[in-house]
Design a protein around this ligand. Structure first.
Ligand code: GLU
Length: 496
């Protein structure tokens, strides 16, 4: 057990799992699995009742599962260090807070919000721009360091509201080595005496996080850069407890393509889905999202780009994680998506397409036909559901014609299409093959001395209703003679 790698993903269930959170989970998972016997733990940090969102925990679990990340220990898996939900560990935190008080490293503070505000006002007036509840001010506040012992006891017995605060040293440089950022240092004089237990008896993030990382024997804390400023507070807590801190690694921010952090608002502006749930709903390939996220702040150091989750587990190392922000390139994600979609067999795509079509109320044709349609379409789409858009003409006659495409139906279009139709109408069913259909088109354009597009475009509109799509002749072969002729007739009527 000693010395083995144990990492945790420790989300707060305050909403659906953000794509940045998913990357944090992934890097933890990859790091754990890159080490022999490494364990990936899910810990739900749900001590802030006011921000709790129903269903968020399930969403986190579903998201990890969708990506193929298996949890070794967690609320549903159990494990030797449970419970894995902080709301079920309340007594543990009070016990550890009391321990610090008994050792003189933390104290009860009875000040009301008003009293704290007054202290801040007072200090501001005397020229302190950022007043704190710290080593100096604590001496003039209502706490167990300033009040007589018996009054403290009386107040506690009477059930007076209090918080527990950490005695942050007055002047100390807090240093730690971050596995990604290198040497980091903070000055303690910039810190408040941290609240460890809130007046409702619940621990703060800082206390719960440190106590659990210690008790759960976490070897490495891998989390987003936004937590870097909390780390000195955690280091002080480890020192107060006399515990060795885990190794720290803070992941680079995810940046928006237009610059700045990829906030929810920015993401929406740029059409980037924010929550993992949306990627699932929008039918992204999980392998693509995983591969893409792995490279969002890390690279294996060669120019390889395509790797399965399993391969990534072997390649990953924290020392190749970059310090600088990683730009979210949505086009690159779609590129990955295309790759993984094309790798899949047409048969399995057909299976997956069925429920998607059902949801959209699209009735799919029989399996053999569907599989052939997929094989014609799949190199042209980025996502599986786009097969239904681009391929709708395989399943239904065009109800309307794409406006932009129709503009290309010009003066001699009808005549050319008419001539072509007459030629292919003479073909037997078994002659109705892509190569023949193409050579017949060539004959028509040669006879009329016009360019290929002059007939090709109107023909495509007539048969598919669209201005672009899969190979037209192969598509016509699949649609069959009767359907094609009938569609051409309809188009001639409607568009001439
Ligand atoms: N509960 C924190 C979060 O929501 C955990 C941060 C950490 O990993 O320490 O991300």
């Amino acid at each position: 057990m000693e010395g083995s790698v144990r990492v945790r993903f420790a989300p707060s269930p305050t909403g659906f799992l953000h794509i940045g959170g998913l990357r944090t989970a992934l890097y933890n998972y990859l790091f754990a699995k890159s080490q022999s016997g490494g364990k990936f733990i899910l810990r739900i940090e749900d001590t802030d009742q006011s921000r709790y969102v129903e269903g968020a925990e399930q969403d986190i679990i579903d998201s990890l599962k969708w990506c193929g990340m298996e949890i070794d220990e967690g609320p549903n898996e159990g494990g030797d260090f449970g419970p894995y939900r902080q709301s079920e560990r309340k007594e543990i935190y009070s016990e550890y807070a009391r321990k610090l008080i008994d050792e003189g490293k933390a104290y009860y503070a009875f000040d009301t919000t008003d009293e704290i505000d007054q202290m801040r006002e007072r200090l501001k007036k005397s020229g302190n721009p950022s007043p704190k509840y710290d080593a100096v001010t604590r001496q003039s506040m209502k706490n167990s360091l300033t009040l007589p012992q018996d009054e403290v006891e009386k107040r506690l017995e009477a059930g007076d509201e209090y918080v527990v605060r950490l005695k942050v040293p007055r002047r100390e440089t807090i240093r730690f080595e971050d596995l990604i950022r290198g040497h980091v240092s903070f000055e303690s004089k910039g810190l408040d005496d941290q609240v460890l237990l809130k007046s409702d008896g619940m621990p703060t993030y800082h206390l719960a996080n440190v106590v659990d990382d210690h008790l759960m024997k976490i070897s490495h804390v891998i989390r987003g850069e936004e937590w870097l400023s909390s780390t000195p507070k955690h280091i002080l807590l480890y020192q107060a407890f006399g515990w060795e801190a885990p190794k720290m690694a803070h992941l680079p921010l995810i940046m928006s393509p237009s610059g700045g952090k990829l906030s929810k608002r920015k993401a929406e502006e740029e059409g980037i889905p924010v929550n993992t749930k949306e990627y699932i709903k929008q039918n992204y390939e999980p392998e693509a999202l995983v591969n893409f996220l792995a490279y969002l702040g890390w690279s294996p150091g060669d120019d390889s780009e395509i790797h399965s989750l399993n391969e990534l587990c072997h390649l990953f190392s924290l020392d190749r994680v970059s310090k600088g922000g990683a730009v979210f390139n949505h086009k690159k994600l779609l590129w990955y998506n295309e790759h993984y979609l094309r790798e899949e067999t047409d048969k399995s795509i057909a299976e997956r397409l069925k429920p998607i079509a059902k949801k959209r109320g699209i009735e799919l044709p029989d399996e053999t036909y569907l599989i052939e349609a997929i094989s014609l379409l799949k190199d042209r789409v980025s996502k599986i559901d786009e097969l239904l858009d681009m391929g709708q003409f395989f399943f239904n006659d065009p109800e309307e014609y794409d406006e932009k495409a129709v503009k290309k139906w010009k003066g001699n279009s009808s005549g050319l299409v008419e001539q072509y139709k007459e030629k292919i109408a003479k073909l037997d069913e078994d002659e109705f093959k892509a190569a023949t259909l193409k050579s017949q088109l060539e004959e028509v354009i040669n006879a009329n001395d016009v360019g290929f597009g002059k007939l090709m475009m109107p023909l495509r509109i007539a048969v598919t209703g669209q201005g672009f799509g899969p190979d037209l002749f192969a598509s016509m072969e699949l649609l069959g003679k009767q359907t094609v002729i009938q569609r051409i007739d309809t188009a001639l009527k409607k568009l001439s």
